[in-house]
Write a protein that binds this ligand. Structure first.
Ligand code: PLP
Length: 400
């Protein structure tokens, strides 16, 4: 039995810069010195905020102030902090006390879980290959306003969407901004995959297209370095930033970690990303080639130009419960599509994460997944292409 972990959304452990980080720590700790004897404050270590402001500014081509950045414990702390800041108290008034967030119908499972536990109601907007559909967003906002329950904000993954991998083109981003403006709605852009980029032009971030205070932006070091460093950031303009920081009661995030990361990343963000992204692209290509060879005749899948996931569409006749069992018996893990649906609907998809798993295991594992998919097709007891084709031609013969 193999051990094929296509479930973990972590990045590549093989390119983690252990030695360089150790050297950065040796330089950083004497520099930060006795500041470690105090609380870092809401925004956190200035050096890392400057480095991340430069990262944003260089990627987006707009000025970014380190004073508008608050360092967080991963981007996940930003996800919950801003929600708490904009939740109503449950009484009358704004939104009738209902805490609604509008988001892509398929989105990051961590956010779905966190917002549910905070008592928020997610309202889904369908997506296509260009991300959230703006016609559907517009009718959703009109409907919510008509009922007297406007959403607290729109939460969107416009770039390398998790799980579908879609990237929203600039024209659609401008439409999104315009619709949100008309309904006076905040937009939260979670851009944690921003620099996990393999090919083609990068699309601009929403905040780079809209300098109103209605844009809240989240980013992270989890996907370009590793989630173990627990370092992310939230960016917003006043007065929105002040309102969010008003919900912060933790004294700020680790000055020790931030000072080491500032030292490591100063002048090094793009070289670092290049070193990480080359091997990730090779892994993505191995997944795509493996899928073509093993299930090219029966499945569909995304071809992401960035991010860490391939979104695989299964044939209608796959018993998804059986597929999970077969995969688990063979030591193969993946995330079922239902994990990303805001209502947990059992959509006929699965998500393959390719960052953490070794290249050789991708090459060995995808054919195993292919066998499992074939064997999980309804009414079949054996796998293999020949029998799959036999079932298809039998189905065609009875006109089903
Ligand atoms: C869209 C999205 N947002 C946030 C996170 C959480 O990242 P962090 O480790 O920065 O908290 C993830 C992790 O998978 C993610 O995919």
């Amino acid at each position: 039995m193999g051990n094929y972990d296509f479930g973990s959304g972590c990045t590549n452990p093989e390119t983690f810069p252990v030695q360089e980080l150790a050297e950065a720590a040796a330089r950083a700790i004497p520099l930060v010195g006795t500041a470690l004897a105090r609380y870092p404050g809401d925004l956190g270590h200035l050096g890392l905020r400057e480095v991340m402001a430069a990262r944003e500014s260089e990627r987006e081509g707009v000025a970014v102030s380190p004073d508008h950045i608050a360092l967080t414990n991963g981007s996940m702390q930003g996800v919950t902090l801003l929600a708490e800041a904009f939740m109503g108290g449950g009484g009358e008034g704004e939104g009738g006390g209902e805490n609604i967030v509008v988001t892509e119908e398929l989105t990051y499972s961590g956010t779905i879980g966190a917002y549910r536990r905070l008592g928020m109601r997610l309202v889904g907007v369908p997506l296509d290959e260009d991300g959230m559909r703006i016609d559907a967003l517009e009718s959703t906002l009109a409907d919510l306003h008509g009922r007297g329950t406007p959403p607290r904000f729109i939460y969107t993954l416009a770039t390398y969407q998790n799980p579908t991998g879609s990237v929203m083109p600039k024209a659609r981003r401008l439409e999104l901004i315009e619709v949100a403006r008309r309904y006076d709605c905040l937009i939260v852009e979670d851009n944690c995959y921003a620099d996990v980029h393999f090919e083609g032009e990068k699309e601009p971030s929403l905040y780079a297209l809209d300098d109103s205070p209605n844009q809240i932006y989240l980013c992270s070091l989890s996907k370009i370095l590793g989630p173990g460093v627990r370092q992310g950031y939230l960016m917003a303009r006043p007065p929105v930033l002040d309102r969010i920081m008003g919900r912060r009661f933790d004294g700020g995030n680790s000055l020790l970690a931030a000072s080491v990361l500032a030292e490591y990343f100063r002048g090094n963000v793009w070289d670092h990303c290049k070193r990480m992204n080359g091997p990730l692209k090779e892994k993505r290509d191995a997944v795509l080639a493996g899928l073509e060879d093993s299930v090219g005749d029966i499945c569909t899948w995304s071809r992401p130009v960035g991010g860490l996931f391939v979104w695989v569409g299964l044939p209608d006749d796959v018993d998804r419960q059986k597929l999970r069992e077969l995969a688990s018996e063979r030591g193969l893990g993946y995330a079922p599509g239902s994990a990303f649906h805001i209502s947990g609907e059992d959509v006929p998809f699965l998500r393959l994460a390719f960052g953490y798993i070794a290249l050789d295991d991708i090459r060995l594992g995808i054919p195993v997944l292919g066998e499992c998919i074939r064997e999980a097709r309804m009414g079949r007891t054996t796998g293999g292409l020949a029998s799959a084709l036999a079932v298809e031609s039998a189905a065609a013969a009875v006109g089903s």
